[in-house]
Design a protein around this ligand. Structure first.
Ligand code: AR6
Length: 378
């Protein structure tokens, strides 16, 4: 099955690699996947919410087929064709009605995801899209519904080859939990210095660059004088750009060769070393990082391949490296974390709080309209 081209909600996000799991914002009836999951009721004869939308989009034949299914129990799933939907199948599952959490709602909800995934796999589906089951009319709190969904799907993906989308609809579902949202918001307010800081930073960098150029020119002249102390450079030549470049090139040549033969360990070397040191397998690392196996193999086997920032960060976080080493790994790949970028501040918040759960970090990034870790290009 080809990887579907989705109209993605993140303006900054582009799909380039197949990845095992994504939370996206879309209308599920538009998903071009092998199967979409319907949050149905026990009659399977249609209703409101996502159920109504799916029946409307699929056409009356879906109801006809549903009539022959004899309903469905809570936590179970049944499958029909997709009819006019872009998806080949519809998997109908019945979520629990939320009555406070004391009536096995969590287990029943997890069962909906597991049973739907099993059914999808048994029908040879490669891609499945779920809505947030029970999180509408059935009243399951959205933050908890999202947590159950994410955990159950990821558990399943640990030993099955499927591509799963969790499709959220309303803006509320993004705001994962009020507590998480409030904590991060406070952190951003404290740490996100914004454009004023950026202006100051670029001024500082410009001054540093000028300072560096001044030093480099002086060192080059000194080096030239050391090699030929009697040589007297004409004033005008010394001041031309050409002279500066010539001096720089000739002063650098022997050192450059030397440096190239004694290069530091790169990002790839550090990544593979850390995987060994942590005594985990490659698969454990890339799965935890929400990084696709093909992408990981590219990094591993093509020394010149340059992964994007979100991939590098995801891998460093999956390895649960201390902050200093995360920064080191990022720098080796040519990136940095700054306090002037909302994405960076959110990721830093989680690292500082010792929370290395990529999916929780992604939920938070998602809530703040940021690109996600491990699933986007730079
Ligand atoms: N695409 C993706 N998600 C959607 C869509 C859509 N087109 N429409 C709604 N949602 P609900 P439940 C989200 O109420 O809580 C029906 O009447 C919605 O925002 O559809 O399991 C059935 O017949 C929410 O987050 O399902 C049952 O009687 C999520 O889908 C009952 O509702 C689920 O909301 C099932 O209730």
């Amino acid at each position: 099955m080809h990887v579907p081209q989705l109209r993605c909600i993140y303006s900054v996000m582009e799909r380039v690699e197949g990845l095992p799991f994504e939370i996206i914002r879309n209308d599920i009836t538009r998903m071009q996947v092998d199967a979409i999951v319907n949050a149905a009721n026990p009659s399977l004869l249609g209703g409101g919410g996502v159920d109504g939308a799916i029946h409307r989009a699929a056409g009356p034949q879906l109801l006809e087929e549903c009539k022959g299914l004899n309903g469905c129990s809570t936590g179970q799933a049944k499958i029909t064709k997709g009819y006019r939907l872009p998806a080949k199948y519809v998997i109908h599952t019945v979520g629990p009605v939320w009555t406070g959490g004391g009536c096995g709602e969590k287990e029943l909800l997890a069962s909906c995801y597991r049973e739907s995934l099993r059914l999808a796999a048994s029908y040879g589906c490669g891609t499945v899209a779920f809505p947030l089951i029970s999180a509408g009319a059935y009243g399951y709190p959205q933050d908890q519904a999202l947590k159950v969904a994410t955990e159950t799907i990821l558990d399943y993906l640990a030993d099955h080859d499927l591509y799963v989308y969790l499709v959220v609809f309303g803006h509320g579902a993004w705001l994962i939990s009020r507590k998480l949202y409030a904590n991060i918001q406070a952190y951003i307010d404290d740490s996100y210095i914004g454009p004023a800081y950026e202006r100051e930073e670029s001024r500082r960098r410009r001054i540093q660059a000028l300072h560096y150029m001044g030093n480099a020119a002086r060192e080059d002249t000194e080096a030239r004088n050391r090699r030929d102390p009697d040589a007297c450079m004409p004033q005008e030549y010394a001041l031309t750009e050409g002279a500066f470049q010539d001096a720089k090139a000739s002063a650098q040549q022997p050192g450059l060769e030397d440096m190239l033969t004694h290069m530091d360990e790169g990002f790839r070397g550090m990544l593979l070393r850390k995987i060994d040191e942590k005594r985990i397998t490659d698969a454990e690392c890339y799965k935890k990082a929400n990084v696709d196996r093909k992408l990981f193999n590219k990094i591993k086997n093509q020394p010149g391949y340059k992964p994007g920032k979100s991939t590098v960060l995801a891998l460093a976080i999956a390895l649960e490296l201390p902050e200093r080493e995360i920064r080191e790994m990022l720098a080796k790949a040519g990136f940095a974390l700054t306090r002037s970028d909302k994405f960076d501040v959110i990721v830093e918040y989680f690292i500082e709080h010792g929370n290395y759960n990529i999916f929780e970090i992604n939920e938070a990034l998602f809530s703040f309209d940021q690109k996600l870790l491990g699933s986007v290009t730079p």
